[in-house]
Design a protein around this ligand. Structure first.
Ligand code: IDP
Ligand code: MG
Length: 139
């Protein structure tokens, strides 16, 4: 059964480019309610843990370096069908293949620096939300 929460990060490239406001506006206008939000920075060790499922992929080292290169915004979002609807809102991993009007089409600069993260399943949404937020930090 689909649950109603997903997890996102506004990634270092988008934060550095001053796009926290623009991306958050798109998220809210798409009908997502922010139930937790944090401005923070990953160490390489924490980025490595977050992306552990990708440890065998050729881009893992680049991904860990990039995701720990500057501040990010982590958030839990609520909406009916949150995981699938948020993946639609952000668009394809590679911005060159992302649909018009998606967050990645508008804000991503490369397949690595692709502006936002979105959970790919309800299970991962819960795991990823728990990675950043305690029970007392979600509303
Ligand atoms: P997703 O974020 O759309 O779910 P994943 O395949 O889960 O995409 O990859 C996780 C992240 O790793 C991507 O968002 C992107 O930042 C990075 N990444 C994916 N593929 C590549 C690549 O081919 N080169 C460099 N970085 C990549
Ligand atoms: Mg993914």
């Amino acid at each position: 059964m689909a649950t109603n929460r997903t997890f996102t990060m506004i990634k270092p490239d988008a934060v550095a480019a001053g796009n926290i406001g623009g991306i958050t506006k798109m998220i809210e206008e798409a009908g997502f309610r922010i139930v937790a939000m944090k401005y923070t920075k990953l160490t390489a060790e924490l980025a490595g843990k977050f992306y552990e499922v990708h440890a065998e992929r050729p881009f893992y080292g680049e991904l860990v370096t990039y995701m720990s290169s500057g501040p990010i915004v982590a958030a839990i979002l609520e909406k009916d069908n949150a995981v699938a609807d948020f993946r639609t809102l952000i668009g394809a991993t590679n911005p060159a293949e992302a649909a018009e009007g998606t967050i990645r089409k508008i804000y991503a600069t490369s397949i690595a620096a692709n502006a936002v993260h979105g959970s790919d399943s309800d299970d991962n949404a819960a795991i990823e939300g728990n990675f950043y937020f305690s029970q007392l930090e979600r509303f």
